[in-house]
Design a protein around this ligand. Structure first.
Ligand SMILES: *[C@@H]1O[C@H](CO)[C@@H](O)[C@H](O)[C@H]1NC(C)=O
Ligand SMILES: *[C@@H]1O[C@H](CO)[C@@H](O)[C@H](O)[C@H]1NC(C)=O
Ligand SMILES: *[C@@H]1O[C@H](CO)[C@@H](O)[C@H](O)[C@H]1NC(C)=O
Length: 394
């Protein structure tokens, strides 16, 4: 480009900037901020998408009832990607280019995040608080990805510490969804076992958005596992447990899920077959109202007429929404995407009320906390803390 056209281009940009002053960045007006969410609103991962959407909406409702953030109400436009990467890529593109959202928040899933992140990065749009612990969203560091939750590797480490170090179990198998999400979980448990000088006893798989678990079960059963770590969505995991409980080689194994499974959806799918199942979580126990933000969450869910939806996923959505509101509130002047990211890093520590997030220049993962829960006596409860009452599994 020659100097003249560079100058004309600069002039054109200046003109655009002048026109845009009042309207500021995409998605931001004087009285509103529009966020986009692409997630599963149907299919086996539906409970995760709608749960995140509910938690976010309730948290934004709290801010909006108090006049919004600097007079701007927070609005959420959710699109249904059915947990399919190609649909997610289209939805994220439409949200950024057509709906002109300020940023993306509360996406669900690893394969979908793999499709969404390149679109966000190309448009310099933050991708905030996805419901996945996948390593690629954390390492190497990604400027435009801001995580709330601990990683799947950290969940696997917590499970291995319990199963191997505390319970002395030796034969650990893994049943996983045959895609980026399942492989992320597989890599996590493999790493946690390697650090203990162990390897997986065996593996089995199923295909995303199916409940065809028979082959995966027979592959795992052949290894006589003491514990089976499952990395999948709740319907196939529930089906796997049902079948595994009537297979001699697997019926007395300890079954473990990581958080993605959707605890409530899975336990209600399983009923009494869920007894003894361990599920790692990345947010505090949603019925432990001794934690201030959990108490607040209950109050707000009640006010919104959604107390029947209190659970791990809605709590994660609520924490994500509250975090966004706090980070936006710390931006000086008219919000921009870059100023939002700078606010996250410069604020560093966000105490959401007994659940603390810490960010830094090379650290876009707010929480490192993993909480183990289990189904005991028909109730879901924190593992190893009897002072907190469990909640009945419906
Ligand atoms: C999500 O997409 C599927 C497939 O197109 C459709 O059947 C379903 O009705 C959609 N659900 C919602 C809530 O948009
Ligand atoms: C996964 O978690 C559910 C509870 O949400 C439980 O009922 C189920 O048995 C678990 N699966 C395994 C294999 O642990
Ligand atoms: C059990 O949970 C309560 C309530 O959150 C907490 O105060 C206490 O420290 C926990 N105890 C243990 C042993 O983790």
């Amino acid at each position: 480009m020659n100097r003249f056209s560079k100058a004309m281009l600069a002039l054109a940009f200046t003109g655009a900037a002048l026109v845009g002053v009042a309207g500021a960045e995409n998605g931001v007006t004087d009285n509103s901020v529009l966020l986009g969410q692409s997630c599963a609103l149907n299919g086996p991962a539906e409970a995760l998408g709608t749960g995140m959407q509910t938690g976010l909406t309730v948290a934004f409702g709290v801010a909006n009832a108090n006049g919004g953030v600097d007079g701007r109400t927070i609005e959420l436009k959710s699109m249904n990607d059915s947990y399919e990467p190609d649909r997610c890529e289209k939805a994220v593109t439409a949200l950024i280019e057509k709906a002109k959202v300020f940023m993306m928040i509360g996406g669900v899933g690893t394969p979908t995040a793999k499709a969404a992140v390149p679109v966000c990065e190309a448009n310099e749009v933050p991708f905030v608080a996805p419901f996945t612990g996948a390593e690629f969203l954390r390492n190497p560091f990604k400027k435009y990805v801001v995580n709330l939750r601990a990683s799947y590797n950290q969940e696997m480490e917590a499970l291995a510490a319990y199963l191997v170090d505390e319970q002395g179990l030796k034969n650990i198998a893994c049943f996983y969804q045959n895609d980026g999400y399942g492989q992320a979980g597989l890599a996590g448990i493999t790493k946690a076992l390697e650090s203990r000088g162990m390897s997986l006893a065996g593996t089995g798989t199923y295909e995303r958005n199916t409940v065809a678990v028979g082959q995966g079960l027979s592959d795992v059963a052949g290894t006589n596992p003491d514990a089976i770590i499952m990395v999948g969505a709740y319907k196939p995991c529930a089906e796997f447990i049902k079948q595994a409980k009537s297979n001699d080689a697997t019926k007395s194994a300890v079954f473990c899920n990581i958080s993605f499974v959707g605890t409530k959806a899975l336990t209600s799918e399983l009923g009494s077959l869920g007894e003894g199942v361990i599920i790692s979580q990345v947010v505090p126990f949603p019925w432990d109202t001794s934690i201030p933000v959990v108490k607040e969450f209950h109050n707000e869910m009640n006010k919104a007429g959604k107390s029947d939806q209190i659970g791990f996923v809605t709590l994660e959505g609520y924490l994500a929404g509250k975090f966004f509101v706090n980070a936006l509130d710390n931006v000086e002047g008219t919000p921009s995407r870059e100023a939002f990211l700078a606010s996250v890093q410069n604020t560093g520590t966000f105490d959401l009320g007994g659940f603390v997030l810490e960010f830094g220049p090379d650290d876009h993962q707010g929480s490192d906390n993993v909480f183990l829960t289990w189904v005991n006596d028909g109730k879901l409860a924190p593992l190893g803390n009897t002072s907190i009452a469990g909640v009945p599994i419906e």
